[in-house]
Write a protein that binds this ligand. Structure first.
Ligand code: NFS
Length: 655
């Protein structure tokens, strides 16, 4: 049906949408069609922070508004569109920062329990990284036993979330110039808990009424996420589960298996999924699976928890955010195990039409209609086995209406900031030098981070794939995380041969020499902190300025939808990166505030926001920014010469 080909770029999803309609299953695709967003809310101008409202203060109908007319456009308390919009915007940052950081806190708690010997099954896998963190936190290493060091690191990490004074420790990892700028502007964050609470306070009725001041607190909170909560999550996960190294994987619904028990792990925390990986290999449970008529147990993932276990175990990706309902529609999922974040409530309804068991595991995230098997780090393996067993028991209950799409694509994932370092420089001289050199000589034009969600308001995956193709064609190397990485992986952009097929001549040459795809998958959304570290490493290696804002680099989330994406975007902007979002922009109802974010921020922080729903135009904005930075660094001449060389080479080949 061509109708569905307009909803998603992914042929597997088209098939499942057709099946869903035939079987009368409601999906997010259909609901987005039926329910239009509230136009005033979408532009950020609806305030519901008190009982006198909700007050709607829409954008002025005509361009030139008189002072008297403007004075009328206010909430009952007198709040202007700018104030309302800024409040709503930074509350989104608070929501996103809280989600990432509460995930980070959970990791820190498990880490500490493991170090103290109270979380059987977890161990220290990356000692090197533990020592690195000990140094960051000022923990003495000497010849102390590793457990003792880990306990102290765990305590310090946990204390970071509630830090009342001073600055989060990882801020010191940023380029010195950046740190000074943050301090000068008063946005160097304390602990993320304190910053989130301060947003909630300042946005309460009658507190902060100055949109510029509100946005500064948004900046401070977003930085507490990127350089605090999210970075702690990434670092401790690496120590507990291993720092990822490049690994081959597969993506799309075709990874489900007809004759095996299919368990999909969905959500964000690797704490549980790591244990499920182990439990699914338990001989006793495998025997039970055989007894139930299955050939084995097949794990796959959805959303960011999928990225975590792909990177560390090669567990395949079933799909990204908008495929969670569609996976169940295959009829072949025996259990979908969820933890926290990005889980649609509707999966419980979809599951009722099939035999699929939805198992919630986090006390923080329950769904009516789902079975709850609580996961605790103190009895992790026990919980994991119980969950896997429940899935196995469910296998014989499968119905007849099973249809697994064939589509599955190869991808390479697992590019942590450390492995990029090794890959480029080699084990004994690990460095970003070759990357910097290739940016300087123009083979690589610049670096882009393309990240974020799917959004049911636009064609699934299309903006990600179109944007990334445009970037690599123009010799921009792309770093990815989250659902964006999965979208591009499905389109084959993360496969080894992608450099030859899609990248411009200069980028392809470098990728082929080093043996990497032109699009590097760095992990889940909390792993956007890896991009901050990579950008900092490029700055520190020299030759490309002395701050992140000097780099020929840009960021984007072309199909964003979550508050987490806003927090990520804002910490990128506040770290000096030009960042473009697609779909919709939540402050459009206030021109002044939008101008502040899109223009004044560049003067203040060297990074700024932009909104462009067309992915090719958005990519061109990013490339224009990259070229602007190249000119400022005096690199434009070099690139012209290289381009000329390539044109000459092509001419030679044509003869
Ligand atoms: Ni990120 Fe990952 Fe996906 Fe968006 Fe949700 S899964 S944390 S928020 S939808 S990229």
């Amino acid at each position: 049906m061509p109708e569905f080909a307009e909803k998603t770029l992914d042929p597997a999803s088209v098939k499942m949408l057709e099946k869903a309609v035939a079987e009368k299953i409601s999906t997010a695709f259909e609901r987005a069609e039926e329910m239009k967003p509230c136009p005033i809310g979408a532009e950020g101008n609806c305030c519901k922070n008190c009982g006198m409202g909700p007050c709607r203060v829409p954008a002025p109908k005509k361009k030139a508004e008189s002072a008297a007319e403007k004075a009328k456009r206010r909430g009952v308390c007198g709040a202007t569109a700018e104030t309302i919009s800024a409040r709503n915007f930074i509350r989104m940052i608070a929501g996103g920062a809280a989600a990432h950081s509460d995930h980070g806190r959970g990791v820190a708690e498990t880490f500490l329990a493991a170090a103290r010997g109270n979380a059987p099954g977890y161990e220290i896998k990356d000692e090197q990284k533990l020592y690195q963190l000990a140094m960051d936190f000022g923990v003495e290493v000497g010849d102390r036993p590793i457990r003792e060091i880990a306990v102290e690191v765990g305590e310090k990490a946990l204390a970071e979330f509630g830090r009342q004074e001073g600055e989060v420790i990882f801020l010191k990892r940023a380029p010195l110039k950046r740190q000074d700028l943050w301090r000068k502007l008063g946005v160097a964050p304390r602990g993320v808990d304190r910053e989130v609470v301060e947003i909630m306070h300042r946005t309460h009725i009658g507190v902060d009424q100055d949109y510029k001041n509100l946005l500064l607190q948004g900046t401070r909170t977003a930085l507490a996420d990127g350089w605090g909560g999210s970075m702690i999550a990434t670092e401790l996960q690496d120590i507990l589960f291993g720092t990822p190294v490049p690994i081959l994987g597969k993506v799309n619904l075709g990874v489900l298996k007809k004759d095996e028990v299919n368990i999909i792990i969905h959500g964000h925390e690797p704490l549980l999924s790591e244990m499920i990986v182990v439990a699914s290999q338990d001989p006793e449970i495998l025997k039970l699976a055989k007894a139930k008529g299955a050939k084995g147990i097949n794990l796959s993932g959805i959303c960011c928890t999928a990225n975590e276990i792909l990177m560390r175990h090669g567990v395949p990706l079933a799909g990204n955010f908008l495929q969670q309902e569609l996976a169940i529609v295959t009829g072949a999922v025996d259990a979908m195990v969820v933890d926290i974040q990005c889980i649609m409530q509707s999966i419980a309804d979809v599951a009722q039409c099939y035999h699929t068991k939805i198992i919630t595991t986090a006390p923080k995230a329950k769904i009516p209609g789902a079975e709850h098997i609580e996961f605790s780090e103190h009895h992790a393996m026990e919980s994991a086995k119980k969950i896997v067993r429940a899935a196995v028991e469910n296998f014989p209950r499968r119905g007849k209406n099973i249809d697994i799409p064939e589509e599955k694509t190869d991808l390479v994932a697992g590019f942590s900031h450390e492995t990029i370092n090794y890959l480029l420089g080699g084990l004994f001289r690990a460095s970003y030098r070759p990357l910097n050199d290739n940016i300087i000589n123009g083979r690589i034009r610049g670096i882009a981070g393309v990240v974020g969600c799917n959004n049911a308001r636009v064609k699934h995956d299309e903006a990600h794939v179109t944007m990334v193709k445009e970037l690599i064609k123009n010799d921009v190397i792309v770093l990815q995380t989250g659902c964006s990485a999965m979208a591009c992986a499905k389109a084959g952009l993360l496969a080894p041969e992608a450099a030859r097929l899609y990248a411009g001549g200069g980028l392809a040459e470098v990728c082929e020499a080093v043996g990497i795809p032109p699009v590097l998958h760095l992990g889940s959304c909390v792993d956007n902190s890896r991009i901050l570290m990579a950008a900092t490493a490029v700055v520190k290696d020299g030759g490309l300025g002395d701050d992140i804002s000097d780099l020929p680099a840009a960021g984007a989330a072309p199909e964003w939808m979550s508050e987490k994406a806003i927090s990520i975007g804002h910490y990128f902007v506040s770290s000096g990166v030009f960042t473009v979002f697609g779909v919709t922009w939540p402050t459009l109802g206030s021109e002044e505030l939008t101008r502040h974010l899109f223009k004044d921020f560049e003067e203040m922080l060297g990074g700024m926001w932009a909104f462009e729903p067309d992915p090719v135009k958005a990519a061109q904005l990013m490339i224009a920014h990259i070229d602007k930075k190249r000119r400022a660094l005096g690199l434009d001449k070099k690139r012209e010469r290289v381009l000329y060389d390539m044109a000459m080479r092509r001419e030679l080949e044509a003869v």
